[in-house]
Ligand binder design. Structure first.
Ligand SMILES: CC(=O)N[C@H]1[C@@H](OP(=O)(O)OP(=O)(O)OC[C@H]2O[C@@H](n3ccc(=O)[nH]c3=O)[C@H](O)[C@@H]2O)O[C@H](CO)[C@@H](O)[C@@H]1O
Ligand SMILES: C=C(OP(=O)(O)O)C(=O)O
Length: 418
C-alpha cells in the first residue's frame, strides 16, 4: 500500500494546472459504448478510476488506448454484449453508467453493484425507476444488476431526489429510445452538461442539461466524435482550499470559474482573496480566517465533494463554524482522524461544529475515502511535523499526480511505494 508523507509548514505558492473532470470522464468513457464508431476523448485525468474503466472496457472487447496526455481512443465496434459483472466494476461508482449505455446499445446488460466512496447509503432506486419507465426490467441478485428490454420507449420521469448518477444514467439509456424522454427534477451539475454535450456530439438530441428539466428526443443511432472533457471543479476547489489553508498564493489554471462560484463565494466569506480570470483563479490566503457556516447541496450549492477539505480549512478559522452535510449521511467518518490531529470538531448527525483556530499536529492517518484523503493532505500541509497518510489508493481515484502538483507549489511531500 502506498503512503504519502507530508512535512507541514510550507505556504503553497505558484501555479497548478487542473486536470479533466473525473466525474465527467467516468460517464463519458462508458458512453462511448453507444456507438460502434471510434471516439476520441481528450483532457482525461490520469487517475485510477479512468484506468479501471479503461480495463473494464477492454474486458468487454473494446479497442482502447490512453496516452500520457490524457487522450483516449475507443473503438467499441467489436463488443457484442455488455457483461461487466467482474470485481473491477465494484472498484468504482461510475461502472453503473454501463447500465444505461449497455441497455441503450444492446437492450441487455449486466453490471456488478457499484463501489465508490463509502460515504453513506448510496441506493440506485432512481436509476432503476428511470430504466423501468423506459420499458426495461431490472433485477438485482447476488450483487449483480441485470437490465433487459425488448424495446426502450421515451417517458416522463420525475426524480424523487436530485441525483447526478440517475440523471446521467437515464440520459444514456434514453438517447436512442423511441420518442421523447423528459427528466424532471434533474441534477444540474456541470458534468451533466458535459455528458450531454458529448452525447450531442455523437448525434444525440438532448436539450435542457444544466436545468432541472432535460428533454431527450430519441435518435436511431449515434456516431463517433472527438471531445474534450471539462476541467475538474473538485480538484480545482481542493487546490483553492489548500492555498487558503496554507496562507499561500496560488494560481489555479485551466478552470471554468463559473463552476467554482460556490467555493469562491465561501472562501471570500472567510476573508480569503479570490480573483477570477478567464480560465484561471488566483487564491491569496489571509492570516486571519473568519468562521462561516456551510451546507452541502446539489449544484449550484456547495459541493459535498469539497465538504471534507473545507472542514479542515475551518479548523483554522477564528470562532465556531457549522458544517451541514445534506447529501451523504456518512461523510463525517474522517472527523475522528482529524481529531487525532488536534482538530476540535463535534459531530451530531449531519452537522459538524468546528471550533477554531487550532494548530494541527501531525499524525498517522488512514484515508477512509477519496475526499477524506484530500482533506488529510491539506491537514498535513498545515500541521507541525510529518503526517503520514495511508490508503492513498483512495486519493489516486480522483487526483492526478497530487504529490507532483503540490511539490511544484512548494509543499514537502513524498510518496512511499510499498
Ligand atoms: C461518479 C460521480 O459522479 N460521483 C458523484 C455523484 O455521485 P452519485 O451519483 O452517487 O450521487 P447522487 O447525486 O446520485 O446522490 C445524491 C443523493 O441521492 C441519493 N440517491 C441517489 C440515487 C438514487 O437512486 N437514490 C438516492 O436516494 C444518494 O444517496 C444521495 O443522498 O454525485 C455526488 C453528489 O454530487 C458526488 O458526491 C459524487 O462525486
Ligand atoms: C464521492 C466521490 O466519488 P464516487 O462517486 O466516484 O465515489 C467523489 O468524487 O468525491
Amino acid at each position: 500500500m502506498s503512503r504519502l508523507l507530508i512535512e507541514g509548514g510550507a505556504r503553497l505558492n505558484g501555479k497548478v494546472n487542473i486536470s479533466g473532470f473525473k466525474n465527467a470522464a467516468v460517464a463519458i468513457i462508458p458512453a462511448t459504448l453507444l456507438s460502434g464508431d471510434k471516439c476520441i476523448v481528450d483532457n482525461l485525468p490520469l487517475i485510477r478510476d479512468v484506468f479501471i474503466l479503461k480495463d473494464i472496457m477492454k474486458d468487454l472487447g473494446a479497442e482502447i488506448e490512453l496516452n500520457d496526455d490524457g487522450v483516449m481512443t475507443v473503438d467499441t465496434s467489436m463488443i457484442k454484449k455488455c457483461n461487466a459483472s467482474s470485481e473491477l466494476s465494484q472498484k468504482l461508482r461510475a461502472s453503473y453508467y454501463l447500465l444505461g449505455a449497455g441497455l441503450a446499445r444492446f437492450k441487455e446488460v449486466e453490471v456488478a453493484y457499484p463501489g465508490g466512496c463509502n460515504i453513506g447509503n448510496r441506493p440506485i432506486d432512481q436509476h432503476i425507476k428511470g430504466f423501468e419507465a423506459l420499458g426495461a426490467k431490472v433485477e438485482i441478485e447476488h450483487g449483480i444488476i441485470r437490465a433487459k428490454a425488448d424495446k426502450l420507449t421515451g417517458a416522463k420521469i420525475y426524480l424523487d431526489i436530485v441525483s447526478v448518477g440517475a440523471t446521467i444514467n437515464i440520459m444514456l439509456a434514453a438517447v436512442m429510445a423511441e420518442g421523447k424522454t423528459i427528466i424532471e427534477n434533474a441534477a444540474k451539475e456541470p458534468h451533466i452538461v458535459d455528458v450531454a454535450n458529448f452525447l450531442n456530439s455523437m448525434g444525440a438530441d438532448i436539450r435542457g442539461a444544466g436545468t432541472d428539466i432535460i428533454k431527450i428526443n430519441g435518435v436511431k443511432e449515434l456516431h463517433g466524435c472527438t471531445y474534450s472533457v471539462i476541467p475538474d471543479q473538485i480538484e480545482a476547489g481542493t487546490y483553492m482550499i489548500a492555498a487558503a489553508a496554507t496562507k499561500g498564493d496560488v494560481v489555479i489554471d485551466n478552470v471554468i470559474p463559473k463552476h467554482l462560484e460556490p467555493v469562491t463565494a465561501k472562501l471570500r466569506e472567510l476573508g480569503v482573496e479570490v480573483v477570477e480570470y478567464g480560465d484561471s483563479i488566483r487564491v491569496t490566503g489571509t492570516d486571519k480566517i473568519k468562521s462561516a457556516n456551510i451546507k452541502t447541496l446539489p449544484y449550484p450549492g456547495f459541493p459535498t465533494d469539497l465538504q471534507q477539505p473545507m472542514t479542515v480549512l475551518l479548523t483554522q478559522a477564528e470562532g465556531t463554524s457549522i458544517v451541514t452535510e445534506s447529501i451523504f449521511e456518512g461523510r463525517f467518518k474522517y472527523v475522528d482522524e482529524l481529531k487525532r490531529m488536534g482538530a476540535k470538531i463535534k459531530v451530531e448527525g449531519r452537522t459538524a461544529v468546528v471550533e477554531g483556530p487550532k494548530q494541527l499536529s501531525s499524525a498517522k492517518v488512514m484515508a477512509t475515502d477519496l475526499r477524506a484523503g484530500a482533506a488529510f493532505v491539506i491537514a498535513g500541509l498545515i500541521s507541525d511535523g510529518v503526517t503520514e497518510i495511508g490508503n492513498i489508493y483512495h486519493v489516486d481515484r480522483g487526483y492526478e499526480k497530487i504529490e507532483y502538483k503540490l511539490m511544484n507549489l512548494g509543499a514537502k511531500i513524498k510518496r512511499i511505494e510499498e
